[in-house]
Design a binder for this molecule. Sequence first.
Ligand code: GLP
Length: 243
Amino acid sequence: MRIIEAKDYQDMSKKAANILAAQVILKPESVLGLATGSTPIGTYEYLADWCKRGDVDFSKAATVNLDEYRGLDHDHEQGYYYFMNKHLYSKINIDPSRTHVPNGMEPDPAKESARYEALIRSLGGVDIQLLGIGHDGHIGFNEPNTHFDVDTHCVDLTEMTIEANKRFFASADEVPRQAYTMGIGTIMRARKILMIICGEDKADITAAALCGPVTPEVPASILRFHQDVTVIGDAAALSKLPR
Ligand code: GLP
């Protein structure tokens, strides 16, 4: 695992965008695993800017997102497809038919989970997976005590996650109680992982994930068993790592 300390959010975002851009330059048909949340917004801004300038060409790339709320459609403003379209897809020259997010409207969780997993396989697997981290150590929506070997599935969100994500909704009551997420097994099959973390509020969970025991209680801790992980954190997020 490589741990890179960034000066601040902008620096973290630029470094992460550089790694994703390099991936697409080296392999134009890359499959990018992408994430939502506040953390990657700056990374997407850099990618959009560099694409506009002609420095990165996404025309042959494909994307698969980590997760989507169950019950929200592509046009729902708090849904993750809408987020991705707003922050990235609409600003780069990617073919929309090659951008994928789990279908939150599929009523049969087993069917949608199997479809999404098969889709990822049919694309040849994920070349690089971008991840943020939740305050409880979740990655995607893999909450604490999820089995490490599961594929895409439907999860019940924890109160902590509902509380953290209510800022995007009118109230906590409006936050969906379930979501589709790539499983830890799906994430671990990505050829490379790029995790970005910022803010003092993530310092404790960052130290637990990167330096504590590898345990399902801290889902992100499993990443230490992946062969190619880069973590970029700002100084505040990395402040509790042993020096
Ligand atoms: C959500 C997403 C995660 C994301 C997490 C942290 O729960 N499902 O993929 O990593 O939020 O979000 P933020 O970056 O806003 O702290």
